[in-house]
Design a protein around this ligand. Structure first.
Ligand code: GDP
Ligand code: IMO
Ligand code: MG
Length: 444
């Protein structure tokens, strides 16, 4: 029995869904704990590609219970359309559970997300425009609408009668946009509630029962550590807590039930949206990474935007190990580096203002914008890795590269992914039952 959290250790899109899908084979329950349909998770199984936004990637295995936890924000339209696309492909949806207390993304959240972005001009965040920030803002302001509210027309009406006129002031006065009609929203969203009703339950209690019954629970993170509201590159972050700690709050479970935390990183790095990205390559290398990566989907799954590409950043890698308490790491997309003559890794930063160098970042503050990468260079392996299935089959230079990353971050690399398919995977160490991470260094 093991309860495992899978988290993105970079800026999102690390290949979490592929890793979740792999691990879900041995799980009984798969839980999404934060975020909403800003996530775009791709799984390739038997030549078929599945793209998930709200529904846990574990749904592809028959019989697994999949949950959308209370820490998520759910756009009912997006949920129902994603569900339909899966049931149309023959998936049984009776295993899907939706928390009654997850917050609902309402039409005004979508409009305000887009309008706020436009109004920011050069300071825009580059959000996915899925209403994520405004939905979480209302949740924190204690004026959000929760899934259970959609099931009670009287409650929903009371909430909308108070909320919509307030949002209309913002829409009309601040953004010069048309007002919304609370009555139309009431009818539309009550109807969505009726369609979602059969999935709605107390997911936190269900997880606890699963724990008591010694079931294996997999917590599937969305976004990534550097997009975390508290620990990411604020304000260029999402509005939830994708880091491992967020799983406890977002799923409604205590930290004592967690056995293991697995981080997922690409063998290089990408970012979608605005914000600092110290190892970003805008020239030939970036284009090469994007070109190869694009063939392998280096465009946002949710928005179709090209991903910004760059070299692996060990300073951020060490930071992710610390913030999430990672036990081990899965490195994905090693195959994208197959053709490079030279591969660079950022081993430290130099502050462009003070000249000070850093191997570790205490926190990500405003000085992050000033950090310049110091690189170490590695020879490429110039050989396809996509059919390798064991560590010893990987070219020596690829093994050397992975060893260097593991040693520098003081974490075990348990899985290496060499292609999008399930079997394009090298398992170096059992990611679930391997030894707990040993802190080899003692700091004073
Ligand atoms: P997530 O949001 O972290 O789940 O990642 P995305 O699904 O947004 O992006 C990862 C993309 O890379 C998807 O298109 C995956 O199918 C693909 N992918 C995952 N692992 C590998 C790999 O090892 N090699 C290659 N070439 N593609 C991969
Ligand atoms: P997955 O789960 C990559 C980014 C957006 C933007 C910032 C804020 O597929 O890894 P938001 O819409 O959340 O308010 O946008 O966060 N972002 C992601 N980037 N992968 C994601 O999800 C992301 N979800 C949000 O591009 O920079
Ligand atoms: Mg993604």
């Amino acid at each position: 029995m093991a309860n495992v959290i899978v988290v993105g250790a970079q800026f999102g899109d690390e290949g979490k869904a592929k890793v979740t899908d792999l691990l879900a084979k041995n799980a009984d329950v798969v839980v999404r704990y934060q975020g909403g349909c800003n996530a775009g998770h791709t799984v390739v199984v038997d030549g078929e590609t599945y793209k998930f936004h709200l529904i846990p990637s574990g749904i592809l295995y028959p019989g697994k219970i999949c949950m959308l936890g209370p820490g998520m924000v759910v756009d009912p339209k997006a949920f129902l359309s994603e569900l339909k696309s899966l049931t149309d492909r023959g998936l049984d949806d009776s295993r899907l559970k939706l928390s009654a207390t997850a917050h609902v993304t309402m039409p005004y959240h979508l409009i305000i997300d887009a309008a706020e972005e436009d109004s920011r001009g050069d300071n825009k965040i580059g959000t996915t425009k899925r209403g994520i920030g405004p939905t979480y803002a209302d949740k924190c302001a204690r004026s959000g609408i929760r899934i259970e509210d959609l099931l009670d027309k009287t409650v929903l009406k009371t909430k909308l009668d108070w909320m919509v006129p307030r949002k209309n002031v913002i829409l009309e006065k601040l953004y010069n946009l048309p007002a919304l009609d609370p009555k139309a929203i009431l009818e539309e969203y009550y109807e969505y509630g009726q369609q979602m009703k059969k999935h709605v339950c107390d997911t936190s209690e269900l997880i606890f029962q699963s724990v008591q019954n010694r079931k294996n629970i997999l917590f599937e993170g969305a976004q990534g550590t550097l997009l975390d509201l508290d620990h990411g590159s604020y304000p260029y972050v999402t509005s939830s807590s994708p880091t491992a700690g967020g799983a406890c709050i977002g799923a409604g479970i205590g930290p004592t039930i967690i056995d293991r935390v697995i981080g997922v990183s690409k063998a290089y790095m990408t970012r979608v949206g605005e914000g600092p990205f110290p190892t970003e390559q805008t020239g030939e290398v970036g284009e090469q990474l994007r070109q190869i990566g694009t063939a392998w989907a280096e465009v946002g799954v949710t928005t179709g935007r090209p991903r910004r590409c760059g070299w692996f950043d060990l300073v951020l890698g060490r930071y992710s190990v610390r913030i999430n308490g990672l036990d081990c790491l899965a490195i994905t997309k090693l195959d994208v580096l197959d053709d490079f003559d030279e591969i660079k890794v950022c081993v430290a930063y130099k502050d462009s203002e003070t000249g000070k160098t850093y191997k570790d970042l205490p926190s990500i503050g405003s000085s992050f914008q000033r950090m310049q990468p110091i690189y170490q260079s590695f020879p490429g392996w110039k050989k396809s890795t996509s059919s390798c299935r064991s560590l010893k089959e990987l070219p020596a230079n690829a093994q050397h590269y992975l060893d260097f990353l593991a040693e520098e971050m003081d974490v075990t690399i348990a899985i290496v992914s060499v292609g999008p398919k399930r079997d394009q995977t090298v398992v170096i160490e059992d990611p679930i039952h391997g030894p707990k991470r040993v802190l080899s260094k003692v700091t004073q």
